[in-house]
Every structure is written in C-alpha cells, then in structure tokens.
Write a new protein. Structure first.
Length: 250
C-alpha cells in the first residue's frame, strides 16, 4: 500500500525484462472499473487500488511517520485480515444497497488501521507518536494531553502521569516523539484549532479557552507562530474555500 502525498512513480511487471506501458492507456480500456491484461482466463494476479483523503493541514501527522510503501506479505498474520477487508470493500463498491458510501468509508478506515498495525509489527521501533503510544510512560502522557488539551500542563505533571523523573521523561519524550512535551502540546492544540476554524464551529475567543489559553491575544500569538497567519485570517480563508466548493448536483 502506497502512502504519502505525491508518491513516487513505480513499475509493476511480471518479469524484470518486460517492457512497461503507461497505466493511463490501460485504464482507458477499463470495463466496470476493471483492467484485464493478457489472455483470459489466466488471471493469477488481482490488483485493487484506491485512496484515502486527509485534511491537507493535518495529513503530515500520519504521513511523516510512514515510509512511501508498506508491504504486507501473505505469511504475515495481518495479510489475511487485510485480504478479507479488501474483499468486503470490493463487494460494497459493486453493490447498490442503501448506505453503500457510508460502509465503504468505514471499511477504508478500518483497512488503514490494519495496515498501520502491520507496519508497526514490521518495525522494531516505530517513530513518533505511533511508537510512543505503545510506551507505558510516554503513551500515558500523550493520552493525558489529548484528553485534557485545555489544561496548563507542566513537564513535571506529565512526568508524574508517566511515573518517570522529570529529566528522564523529557529526554524519553523527545527521543520517541521528536520534540519536547510542551512543544508537542502546542502543535497538537494548533492542529485542533485549525480543524475548528475550518469547520467554523467556535468563535476565536471560545477556541482560545478550549485550547488552554487565558486570552484571545495569547492564543492568536501561538497560532500565528505555528501556522503563519492569524486565526481570523485562517478562518476567513477557510470560509472562502468552502464557498467556492461545488455543491451537490441535482
């Protein structure tokens, strides 16, 4: 499964000396979304492609931690589960039953989670929050911050949650997550703020309180430092983008 934004090009071939053909030309001859290569009924390989879309501002939370390609082999216990999910997803795509898009979206999300689990099993020590969540101490601190993002956390309090000394916790957190605990908290708050401003669900003053800032001014300063624009400008830009999106067609 390929991951990331603008993934690199690749070639699929039955043998190393086969001459590749542009995939675009093959897809032009697709029937019901299926491309057949070679004489029938010799079909020993089945490829299923699709994509998951992430919010551009927050996609890096996941894609920065992952390689451009994850391979799950048949011998991997996760391989059978992924195959079952793909079969279910393919069935839903072909079906016309009520609620099809909803089921497809949820199956795609479950498929992604199982793929991430497979990748974690292949990696001795996953990096970033993906690996840190599996660490009893650092994972406890991350979950505490996520559960109460408005709290004025100190490194000492987070170290206590992790049952570690302050210095050991700070070093372990940076080693595993890649940044300091309080900088991570700020980045996480700003990701939540971007999402709320894009959805236009809270006023800026309400959002400031929800993300742990005593004043709108303090929140705006932190937001500008991380995002590069004021919360008001970001929200106005999101409103313009939303108004320019095509609505549902009759």
């Amino acid at each position: 499964m390929g991951l990331g934004i603008n993934p690199p090009s690749y070639v699929l071939a039955s043998t190393l000396d086969a001459s590749p053909r542009p995939a675009e030309l093959l897809w032009k001859g697709a029937e019901a979304g299926v491309v057949r290569i070679g004489p029938e009924p010799a079909e020993d390989t089945y490829l299923c492609s699709g994509h998951l879309a992430f919010d551009d501002a927050n996609a890096c939370i996941l894609t920065d931690l992952l390689p451009p390609l994850v391979i799950v082999r048949v011998a991997d216990p996760r391989g059978r589960q992924l195959a079952q999910l793909i079969d279910l997803l393919a069935t839903e795509v072909e079906a016309t039953d009520a609620g099809g898009p909803l089921v497809q979206n949820h199956l795609a999300q479950v498929l992604l989670v199982h793929m991430l689990r497979a990748h974690a099993r292949q990696t001795d020590q996953p990096i970033g929050w993906m690996g840190a969540l599996n660490h009893d101490g650092i994972g406890a601190a991350l979950r505490a911050m996520h559960a109460d993002v408005a709290r004025s956390w100190t490194v000492g309090e987070l170290a206590g949650v992790s049952h570690m000394s302050r210095s050991a916790f700070a070093q372990a957190f940076k080693d595993q997550v890649g940044t300091s605990p309080l900088e991570y908290l700020i980045q996480w708050r700003m990701r939540l703020a971007r999402d709320a401003l894009t959805r236009d669900t809270l006023s800026i003053s309400e959002l400031a309180r929800a993300t742990g800032y005593l004043s709108e001014s303090a929140f705006s300063t932190a937001f500008r430092r991380v995002v590069g624009s004021s919360p008001r400008s970001f929200r106005d830009g999101a409103r313009v983008s939303a108004s320019n999106r095509p609505g549902p067609q009759d």
